[in-house]
Design a protein around this ligand. Structure first.
Ligand code: MN
Length: 294
């Protein structure tokens, strides 16, 4: 038996399940893989969705995501390759490039577009949706563009490179912190054979996503473009070992344990709040100002 430990051990959490995701398209025909789908929202609370996109053919991304609304949660876009321009209902805009991220708090609501700023070449990245607690769902909308140089990085043993988008890793604080859900979001680049261990609070839901090569997570092989859901088995870390050169996202957060009511781009707690949201949207209240924070 792998990873056999005493009940208070700190050994690596077991892999509970591998998830390949569902091929789909969204926006104006952007092909993507929905890795974290609606059926996993309770299991991976506070995360609501993870989309992975990696398209060489411009026909599969050129339409982008024209104007659409959001309310009640946060979107975290992380680019590996390609450029995406975003604009919102308050007139803000920004350009997201390779290695950069955008952290957007939809809060009470905004309308935005996310459109490719290229006509050829690879477009690759991820969009993660992080829920807001009931008490914060109607905060004023805001967003932050995080250029590549503003994402803290460090090198760990064995030539492992770690980019800390959110949370903390080996004493390095990430670009973003959120006290309510304490999200951890790491992009870990491992040379073949290297190992990396990340501490994880026992009560937090956690997963990895391998997006290059393949890796062993707590001894279980996780192929390219697969999510590994980590068991909530009381263990307080995860160990990733690269089989060939590999790149792995590690994501974790404290569950909110609140009801989730989703209707497309709106995520509230009750059906009544969704009805109110649709009403507000039709009345045009989503046109209000969006704050850009630096
Ligand atoms: Mn959007």
């Amino acid at each position: 038996m792998k990873n056999d430990v005493s009940k208070s051990g700190t050994a690596s959490r077991a892999v509970e399940r591998l998830v390949r995701g569902v091929a789909t398209s969204d926006g104006a025909g952007v092909r993507l893989t929905r890795v974290l789908t609606q059926v996993l929202q309770r299991r991976l609370d506070p995360f609501l969705m993870l989309d992975a996109f990696r398209n060489e053919n411009p026909d599969d991304y050129i339409g982008g995501f024209p104007d659409h609304p959001h309310r009640g949660f946060e979107t975290v876009t992380y680019m590996i390759a390609g450029r995406m321009r975003h604009r919102d209902s308050a007139g803000n805009e920004g350009l997201l490039g390779p290695g950069g991220a955008q952290w957007m708090t939809a809060g009470s609501g905004l309308i935005h577009s996310e459109l490719p700023e290229q006509e050829a070449g690879l477009m690759e990245g991820f969009q993660l949706w992080l829920n807001l607690p009931a008490a914060s769902k109607m905060v004023a909308p805001s967003y932050r563009d995080i250029p590549p140089a503003a994402i803290p990085e460090f090198e760990a043993t064995g030539g492992v490179r770690v980019r800390v988008i959110a949370g903390e890793s080996h004493g390095v604080a990430g670009a973003v912190s959120r006290p309510e859900t304490e999200p951890l979001y790491l992009d870990v680049h491992l040379p073949a054979g290297a190992r990396f261990t990340q501490a994880l609070p026992a009560g937090h839901n956690a997963f990895t996503y391998t997006y290059r090569g393949s890796a062993r997570v707590s001894g279980t092989e996780v192929p390219d473009r697969h999510m590994a859901i980590l068991a909530n088995d009381g263990r307080e870390s995860v160990e990733v070992e690269a089989i060939g050169d590999a790149r792995v996202l590690i994501v974790a957060g404290r569950p909110l344990n609140e009801p989730i009511a989703q209707y497309g781009p709106f995520v509230m707690n009750t059906a009544d709040q969704i009805r109110q949201t649709l009403d507000d949207y039709r009345r045009g209240t989503f046109e209000a100002a969006v704050v850009k924070s630096l």
